[in-house]
Design a protein around this ligand. Structure first.
Ligand SMILES: Cc1cc2nc3c(=O)[nH]c(=O)nc-3n(C[C@H](O)[C@H](O)[C@H](O)COP(=O)(O)OP(=O)(O)OC[C@H]3O[C@@H](n4cnc5c(N)ncnc54)[C@H](O)[C@@H]3O)c2cc1C
Length: 519
């Protein structure tokens, strides 16, 4: 119970925000979007770019997670299954149904076990857009890239997501609802004083510091959740986290067709192989304990060899390290539950609420979590904060599209129909460019192209169909501040760019930054 004193309603404190959120990954941005839509005042600070840490280093899946079943993590499994359908409706441009094939290898898991898992996948949550699973013979033909020793498999559906853009879409929605989003702004310290949080934020580019006050502090710093409490907050962390590193690589498209593969390995782990954009295939992930700085994480030779070996055991086409075009790694913070095996530690999130004197100035810290469950995590976080901010509105995010997601309908073929319609709106735009812009921006496409009537209005081309107009939009409306933000998070055009093209883009962005083109 919270006493009356704990409810902070003093209207004279006009500079005091309801929520101060530290961390601009999916969880911070998701909470900012949800809270601002309930009428709360929100300030979010992110010390780098939005999604510059774990939230752009994921396997890019919105998935129920068959592996959670094996570990009896039913709560997370169920929530994740439900969220697949909710998120498909919220962001049909960023999230797509993804068929998976799980080749059967009888010595690893018996058929009945896989069938049982998939039965639960199909039935534990109401399915809308996602078809049911089925068994299927793996026939030897040109469309089957697997070795012909693999005769049988299972098909099931999950979704794939543009993780970094999902974060941006949440931040945009938050800003449209009045939130302040400060990127390149680090929280250096936070103290409780007179029932409020006083935080010091430092502009990571200029070193300039500014103080802010808030009623509630949210620690959404992902892998830094424990060190943020022990460092800037100078408190003892209620949870100890273990950092688990996962690495991925990208190769040229390995096979025709849109299907992804879930490969089982002898050590009990699984590897995802997923079509990535029009021209590439994403392969990952590994699972190794990590103790260094989360910002310095990168794929090592052992992980690379592990993934190559897993691929080459299943696919006819044999790959080697020279085929790898891009590597990335991230760390997930898991709450230490004394499990001996990393894969046994729950991927579920834990929210810890700490209070100051008199039950005031709450601190809500987020430990763990998945992209798939970010929306529910935000709802749960706000439910916990309701006693302190009783004026907040009700749950709303399940029903409302994200920024760009309002394409006038959802469900089978809705996105494709919307995109077809855009070819009439923008007949002068090359189809491949329209397809990329449609996926990236959804209904925000009209903002990007506002006033343009011919290719000449797109301005300079920096390479791979990236034009000046889009670059200017990203700086003005999406917090991009460098070529890297644009090439590796707002898009993945970095996969196509030459070093000379990167330099030219960086120079252009640098000049725009000087002239103050950002928000
Ligand atoms: C390899 C791997 C694969 C994964 N695959 C999937 C998947 O396919 N599907 C899925 O659902 N989930 C997946 N996950 C989990 C998911 O990626 C994470 O749960 C999620 O991205 C965590 O988001 P976050 O906002 O908590 O943390 P982050 O995205 O790490 O954000 C925290 C942010 O806080 C900022 N920050 C830290 N300290 C400060 C400070 N003092 N001041 C200001 N800012 C600060 C950081 O810069 C960072 O941007 C995967 C995770 C990993 C590691």
């Amino acid at each position: 119970m919270v006493n009356d004193e704990a409810m902070i309603n003093d209207e004279s404190m006009s500079d005091v925000v309801d929520l101060l959120i530290v961390g601009g990954g999916i969880n911070g941005a998701g909470i900012a979007a949800d809270a601002s839509g309930r009428g709360l005042s929100v300030l979010l600070c992110e010390r780098g770019d939005l999604a510059s840490a774990t939230s752009s280093d994921s396997s890019k899946l919105i998935h129920g997670g068959l592996r959670y079943l094996e570990h009896w993590h039913f709560r997370l499994f169920h929530e994740a299954l439900v969220e697949r359908e909710v998120l498909l409706r919220k962001a049909p441009h960023l999230i797509q149904p993804q068929p998976f094939i799980l080749p059967h290898r009888p010595h690893l898991r018996p058929r009945w076990l896989i069938r049982t898992g998939l039965f639960l996948y199909d039935h534990l949550a109401k399915r809308g857009q996602l078809p049911a699973s089925k068994g299927l013979p793996l026939l030897a033909n040109a469309n089957n890239p697997l070795k012909n020793t693999l005769k049988y498999g299972f098909q099931y559906f999950d979704c794939k997501v543009d993780d970094a853009r999902l974060v941006v879409a949440n931040a945009q929605q938050a800003r449209q609802q009045g939130a302040t989003i400060l990127t390149r702004t680090a929280c250096q310290s936070a103290v409780r004083q007179d029932g409020l949080w006083h935080v010091e934020l430092e502009d990571s580019c200029t070193g300039h510091c500014q103080q802010y006050r808030g009623k509630v502090l949210i620690n959404a710093t992902g892998p830094w959740a424990q060190s943020f409490i022990e460092g800037p907050l100078k408190q003892e962390s209620p949870q100890h986290i273990r950092l688990v590193k996962g690495s991925h690589f990208i190769v040229k498209r390995m096979y025709p067709g849109q299907q992804a593969y879930l490969l089982q390995n002898d050590d009990d782990r699984v590897v995802f192989v997923v079509p990535f954009g029009a021209d590439f295939t994403l392969v990952g992930t590994t699972d190794t304990e990590y103790s260094g700085d989360p910002a310095a994480v990168e794929m090592d030779h052992e992980e690379e060899a592990y993934l190559l070996q897993a691929l080459n055991a299943y696919f006819t086409r044999q790959l080697e390290r020279e085929d790898i075009l891009w590597r990335y790694a991230g760390v997930r913070p898991l709450c230490d539950d004394d499990s001996a095996k990393l894969s046994d530690i729950s991927r579920d999130y834990i929210l810890e609420l700490g209070l100051g004197d008199g039950g005031r100035a709450p601190l809500l810290s987020i430990f763990g979590g998945k992209i798939t469950t970010y929306r529910k995590l935000a709802e749960t976080a706000l439910a916990q904060l309701k006693p302190f901010l009783p004026q907040m509105g009700d749950d709303w995010t399940a029903q409302v599209p994200l920024s760009g997601g309002d394409i006038g309908g959802y469900g089978d073929g809705a996105y494709e129909q919307w995109l077809r319609f855009q070819t009439h709106n923008y007949p002068w735009l090359p189809k491949t460019l329209l397809a990329r812009l449609g996926r990236a921006y959804g209904a925000q496409l009209h903002e990007v192209l506002r006033g343009a009537t011919a290719m000449v209005d797109m301005g300079l081309c920096f390479g791979a169909d990236l034009y000046q107009r889009e670059v200017e939009y990203l700086l003005a409306k999406e917090w991009a501040r460098s070529g890297e933000d644009i090439l590796w998070r707002r898009s993945k055009l970095g996969l196509y760019f030459t070093p000379a093209q990167v330099d030219r883009l960086e120079a252009f962005v640098g000049a725009l930054n000087q002239s103050g083109a950002q928000d």
